[in-house]
Design a protein around this ligand. Structure first.
Ligand SMILES: *[C@@H]1O[C@H](CO)[C@@H](O)[C@H](O)[C@H]1NC(C)=O
Length: 210
């Protein structure tokens, strides 16, 4: 028991990417331990050009859902070369009339609109909202950990690419956190003051129970 743990620790600390003096890159090996500084490195002799490119954001994500919103991910789990590089990207597709549900990440986000017209915004910790209508080519930055959203206010589908200051930015959507699990309705009612009927309706919509 003891030895494998030591070996795992040594492997992880010696081959994870935190140390830029030691390595040019550290393509993730998802079979090795994953800790606060990322994944351990894939054997460098097996790294090829293909490790450094990813085509998963070419096609629109499926927007057939309640928000008319879909996301394609290029985070470290989809694009292992991002390991230790402190950045990643997603593509969001928002159909006409759709919206990116209010959510937050652990790190800052820098987004660019490449198709359509959206309102993008966030709310700061003084509860002050910041939001603006954005056109193709416009950039928007969201500070770390703040709740933010996008609404398609145009007559065509919108596409937004967003870069994150982490290979694994995390995401917490308010509606999913509240209504897509078994947190009891009674507790949700107490902590939000929402009506029980509304809570039940949203639990039903997002697959929550209790
Ligand atoms: C998109 O998602 C919906 C709902 O999950 C599903 O019914 C539909 O088949 C999907 N469309 C494609 C093209 O995958």
């Amino acid at each position: 028991m003891f030895f494998p743990i030591i070996i795992a620790l040594v492997l992880f600390t010696s081959s994870s990417y935190g140390n830029q003096i030691e390595f040019d890159y550290c393509v993730a090996d998802p079979t090795l331990p994953h800790g606060p500084s990322g994944y351990s490195c894939k054997d460098p002799t097996k790294v090829t050009t293909d490790d450094f490119s990813y085509s998963g954001l070419r096609t629109p994500a499926n927007t057939s859902n309640i928000f008319k919103f879909g996301v394609s991910y290029a985070l470290v789990d989809q694009f292992p070369a991002l390991n230790g590089m402190g950045l990643s990207m997603v593509r969001a597709d928002i159909d006409v009339g759709g919206a990116g549900p209010i959510h937050a990440h652990r790190v800052a986000e820098l987004a660019i609109v490449t198709e359509g017209t959206i309102i993008a915004g966030f709310i700061d910790t003084n509860n002050k909202p910041f939001y603006k209508t954005m056109e193709k080519g416009d950039l928007f930055v969201v500070p770390p950990a703040l709740a933010h959203f996008q609404v398609n206010v145009g007559k065509t589908p919108a596409v937004v690419y967003a870069a994150f200051a982490s290979p694994n930015p995390g995401v917490q959507a308010v509606d999913l956190a509240l209504f897509k699990n078994d947190l009891p309705t009674e507790i949700i009612q107490k902590v939000t003051l929402l009506d029980v009927t509304q809570i039940k309706k949203l639990k039903n919509a997002f697959g929550g129970t209790n």
